[in-house]
Design a protein around this ligand. Structure first.
Ligand code: NAD
Length: 289
């Protein structure tokens, strides 16, 4: 029976530590401020923004919300981002996706100043992650790494398999595991013989977006199973990409859904905002030999 990784608890610990740090900064006259931009009226995005602003409140970070009309043109969005880039009192900027199709999200991400890009989607930060340089890392993969660290799960030399190659989860996840010296395989919708690959994995990260996709018979005895998936079922409940019941019988560690990776994403966002506020990016590099 696997150890259940308690993401809710780890995320709370991170927020508590950040709150202390933010309180200390406030005593020295520094107020942290975060700007979140949403375009249009997406109900899921509204919930995400509410969660983020709630976490900001708990940690002590001021949060400015910009809800833009779905009919705006690209120039208006870029003008807002540029204004926020220039404001010294704003430390982090996040553009909530998705945005309406007539707008170019890549250009918007490119426009967010890399030093305020707390979601880690600006190509400068993506490139730095690939080069193993200190940068802002997308919050979900960095949350996964934090969970592995908190549970003292060894990564170096392990066979790690990431299922899913999205820009926001799969690809940065691959890079994070590689930077910690895992041997990483990334699988996607065109992958052949998925079972042969997952059966050999010491660590598996499922980011597919299909409920209960990874079942117990697809994994190796003693593997570490991380479930990134959030799938909403018809009855309103959510479930992950892993069939928790069968996988937990074989895994050594497993994350539940909810209460696993989900709470870590927002906690890592808070952590990135604090990092952005004190310009803590270092020149540290990870090994590439
Ligand atoms: P996505 O749809 O962009 O990517 C899904 C990936 O799965 C694709 O790369 C695709 O190639 C791959 N895939 C699809 N079918 C496959 C198959 N049969 N075999 C192998 N690979 C296959 O999704 P995403 O944005 O990366 O999100 C993945 C999941 O994670 C979703 O459930 C999403 O809701 C969830 N998510 C959770 C958080 C969080 O905070 N926990 C954050 C982001 C996304």
């Amino acid at each position: 029976m696997a150890t259940i990784i308690n993401g809710k608890e780890v995320a709370q610990k991170i927020r508590n530590n950040l709150k202390e740090e933010v309180t200390e900064l406030k005593k020295n006259g520094k107020i942290l401020k975060f700007a979140v931009i949403m375009v249009g009226d997406n109900s899921a995005s509204k919930i995400y923004i509410k969660n983020k602003s709630k976490a900001c409140e708990e940690v002590g970070i001021d949060c400015e919300e910009y809800i833009l009309d779905s009919n705006i043109q690209m120039k208006e969005l870029l003008d807002l981002i540029n204004t926020l880039n220039e404001r010294e009192d704003i430390h982090g900027i996040l553009l909530q996706s998705p945005i309406p199709k007539h707008l170019d999200i890549d250009e918007a991400f490119r426009t967010i100043a890399p030093s305020k890009d707390v979601d880690g989607f600006n190509p400068v930060n993506v490139g730095k992650l690939c080069l193993g340089q200190d940068c802002f890392i997308a919050c979900t993969p960095s949350g996964v790494m934090k969970l592995l660290e908190e549970y003292n799960i060894e990564i170096e030399g392990k066979n790690a398999v990431v299922i899913g190659r999205s820009n926001i989860v799969g690809k940065p996840m691959l890079q994070c595991l590689l930077n910690k010296n895992a041997t990483v395989t990334i699988c996607h919708s065109k992958t052949k013989n998925l079972l042969d690959i997952t059966k050999n994995a010491d660590i598996i990260v499922a980011a597919v977006g299909k409920e209960k996709f990874l079942t117990g018979d697809m994994i190796k005895e003693g593997s570490v199973v991380i479930d990134v998936g959030i799938n909403r079922l018809q009855d309103g409940t959510i479930c992950g990409d892993v069939d928790f019941e069968s996988a937990k019988e074989k895994a050594s560690y497993i994350t539940p859904v909810p209460g696993g990776v989900g709470p870590m994403t927002v906690a890592m966002l808070m952590s990135n905002i604090v990092k952005a506020s004190n310009g803590r990016l270092s020149a540290k590099q990870v090994p590439s030999e």
